[in-house]
Design a protein around this ligand. Structure first.
Ligand SMILES: [Zn+2]
Length: 139
């Protein structure tokens, strides 16, 4: 995780782990890259601000094209994303891109499992109870 600098910017910490498989294949005249990424990221819940483990399970296919072909294709038409074929493909950057795309914009615990929120509410109720107690004494 620590090697993926863009990703570590949005993670709660660098614990967690990703396992990936990159496989090349040929389909008719297309050269394809199949990516599989599995693992766990540590994200911060945007509701209670506690860390939690977010499971990552990504499977995607990319079509490899020459730079000259990239301009010709209509991306909206195609369900497979295209990338430029190069002799030295930066696999980690590719994996990081896919994981970044797959992470939620505002990560949250599943509904009802933010323990810290109910704790926080109880804490915020107490000062009011204390205030009410003070008011009674004044009366
Ligand atoms: Zn939460």
């Amino acid at each position: 995780m620590a090697a993926l600098s863009r990703l570590s910017g949005i993670l709660a910490d660098s614990d967690g782990m990703l396992v990936y498989v990159v496989r090349g294949s040929q389909e008719e005249r297309d050269s394809l890259l199949e990516l599989e990424v599995h693992g766990v990221c540590r994200l911060r819940c945007q509701r209670c601000m506690e860390e939690f483990s977010y499971p990552v399970a990504i499977r995607s296919r990319l079509r490899l094209l020459e730079a000259s072909q990239l301009g010709e294709i209509d991306d909206a038409d195609d369900e497979v994303d295209c990338i430029e074929a190069s002799k030295q493909l930066d696999v980690l950057t590719l994996i990081e891109d896919e994981v970044l795309l797959g992470l939620p914009f505002a990560p949250k615990h599943p509904d009802g499992s933010c323990v810290a929120v109910s704790e926080g509410l109880q804490r915020s109720i107490n000062p009011f109870a204390a205030l009410a107690g003070l008011k009674k004494k004044q009366d």
